[in-house]
Design a protein around this ligand. Structure first.
Ligand code: URA
Length: 237
């Protein structure tokens, strides 16, 4: 692959901008300044731009079953555990697709493919995400109705969601409710339940598009298959 194409793939610049980087002497291959635009990058070449490694990674996609107590970020200034600690064996520079709260468990995708991450996160793409919430209070059709009508949260309109009452326990004054939404606003599910007077005590995401946690126990992960990726991309319409 030509040097400018390699830099573009590594996410450094557009191909044209990458040419400028090469011509202006900001690129080194194996420590040597490389200003020859016709140079073909070889396997094992170490390419740097102003001292920063340009690694042309293969795109990878993972499904993680996130336990509670991990933040959905690549690093944390307070030194808390991040989801990347659970994928320590993955050499690629992956990051989470959207986020789950520190105290939310369940299905989280991670990738190094920015286009794919954007596609999955954009609310207009209508990818369903299903959560199971343990809430305080007695859930019924009346108090849950606003969830399925659409509501305003922090001044923003939220699309109608689908819900299913799984269980109610009058004695413990608690209920289990499944909720499917396609947006991903900050703390959206917690805020939706809060608004109908049923504060969330425990939250887990059990599905993302057609993906579920089947066969992946808490703290474990697996790669997505080509078929699953195709289906996800297809459902992002
Ligand atoms: N909604 C929330 O409130 N929290 C999450 O972690 C995900 C969705």
């Amino acid at each position: 692959m030509r040097i400018n194409q390699y830099l573009a793939h590594a996410g450094f610049a557009s191909r044209r901008k990458a040419e400028e980087l090469v011509k202006s002497g900001q690129v080194r291959v194996n420590g040597q300044k490389m200003t020859d635009l016709s140079y073909q990058v070889q396997n094992g070449d170490q390419v740097t731009v102003n001292g920063q490694a340009a690694v042309n990674e293969e795109k990878v996609y993972f499904l993680l079953n996130k336990p509670r107590g991990y933040i959905s970020s690549v690093s944390d200034e307070k030194g808390r555990q991040t989801v990347l600690d659970l994928l320590a064996g993955v050499p690629e520079r992956i990051y989470p697709v959207g986020r789950l709260d520190w105290d939310t468990s369940g299905l989280l995708l991670l990738t190094n493919d920015g286009d794919f991450a954007n596609l999955m996160m954009h609310p207009s793409h209508h990818i369903d995400k299903t959560y199971v919430a343990k809430v305080e209070g007695y859930a019924n059709k009346e108090n849950l109705r606003p969830l399925s009508l659409g509501m305003k949260i922090d001044g923003q309109k939220i699309s109608p969601a689908r819900y299913k009452i799984i269980r109610t326990d009058k004695q413990k004054n608690a209920s289990i409710v499944e909720l499917t939404i396609h947006e991903g606003h900050n703390h959206q599910v917690k805020k939706m339940f809060e608004k109908v007077g049923l504060p969330v005590q425990k939250l887990s995401r059990i599905a993302f598009g057609s993906l579920t946690l089947d066969g992946v126990s808490a703290g474990k992960y697996r790669q997505l298959s080509a078929k699953e990726l195709r289906e996800l991309r297809h459902s992002a319409v």
